[in-house]
Design a protein around this ligand. Sequence first.
Ligand SMILES: C[S@@+](CC[C@H](N)C(=O)[O-])C[C@H]1O[C@@H](n2cnc3c(N)ncnc32)[C@H](O)[C@@H]1O
Ligand SMILES: [Zn+2]
Length: 461
Amino acid sequence: MSTIADATQPATPLSPPRGETHPPRYLMHKYWSRKAHNLVRDALVWGCPPGGRVLDLFCGSGVATVEAALSGRHGVGIDLNPLAIHIARHTLEPVDPALLRAAFDRVSRACRDDVLSLYAFPCACGSTATLSHVIWDEFYTQYYHPSQVKYNCPRCGKRGPLHLEPGRRDEARGLGRVIPRLKVSLHASAHQSVATVDELFTERAQLALEEIYQSISELPDRVMRDWMRFVFTAALPQASRLVFVIDHRGRSRSAPVKRKAELGSWTIPNYWIPKRHFEVNAWQCFEQRFRKVLRGKADLPAERISGSGRFVCGDAAEACRALPEQSFDMLFADPPYGGAVPYLGLSLMWAVWTEEAESLNFAREITMPMSNGKTGLARFRAQLVEAFAAARRVLKPGAAVVVTFNQKRADVWQALESALEEAGYRAEGRHHVPGARQSAKSLLVPEGSMQGDVWMRYRVE
Ligand SMILES: C[S@@+](CC[C@H](N)C(=O)[O-])C[C@H]1O[C@@H](n2cnc3c(N)ncnc32)[C@H](O)[C@@H]1O
Ligand SMILES: [Zn+2]
């Protein structure tokens, strides 16, 4: 049995030194385990002639299909997750920045003041300030109190941080409205202690987000509505209670130690609410995301697209059956890493807003519940065989195949490798590429994932 330990091949045509950090086009919207674009690009150059066709089997946020389109190739990306397709499509699709700005301004005029009024905070100078951040601390189990705020005062210019007394009134509660669309149960694959989606947000954030979402829904132009929804879903993680606090101890020895808090983000692939977390002003999240989207679109103007790309939302095996036989020069595949990242479960936070929660096809998700030993592994392998066999039919004889994977467990590796063999692929070589930076996940769940990825080359006989 081979394991990652023998992934020590010398440099090959597709082994540049390491993955680069993401350019702005891949920084618009969070997705889990997005591949480094430079490594993907090298794989495409190695495996697909210019003008050729690439099948991107588990396309996720679409990096391989987008890079194919940017390098004069024609990509088709398939993913079961509607969130992945939503991100991939908006990454590749050109848009006029002037129209984006106009749509954003329209949303802003419709709801900004109302949303900001939810964050009113009495400044010591007597004026009403606007909260930009609140830090919530778990006081006792499941009861949180605001311990620190940052705000903007229009009169005296103060911004905080201001430390609040423990037990202070819970300002984000008691607003008295429930947002029905958020009362959806979280899937068991992705939660630890949170039961429904609404718990991922403070009550104030729920109201604020609903106001923004309603204003977007009222935009007259369908295309702009779709783009603003993209900005909206991109803003959700940072507006949630999943944002942890990076604490630095204060330096002063004499004064009581006040911790300097920095904004973290949602990095762990699970719905886990940190005992000390941020609530960031939801309008601010939306506005910041809008700027990121503008930068992302400026990074990928229509003139740069010399090939093409399209995306299909569906099960890999089923979608392949609808494609013409022997029509692709290359297969690129970044399959799910066992059960390390529960993609569909993690997408529920977004899908409840875009009304796609019902359509998440959990029954077809290729995954392996961590608890579910041998049966889970056998099922995972069988699903991979089915997907890769269906993909093989649409590949030309002699087509190049690049599969990238990240997993420490040897039995999961074995499942993938034997699945590829059974589906008719011949191994040609592999190498390990270190990641661009250490992921928070790899520090917290050391047995789940490894540093960087292994890139494997196969060939269709
Ligand atoms: C490792 S991720 C791919 C990430 C991608 N390379 C990127 O750069 O964003 C694996 C993907 O497989 C998808 N997936 C899981 N089961 C699937 C199935 N049956 N058919 C198609 N895609 C599936 C997941 O939704 C997830 O997006
Ligand atoms: Zn003031």
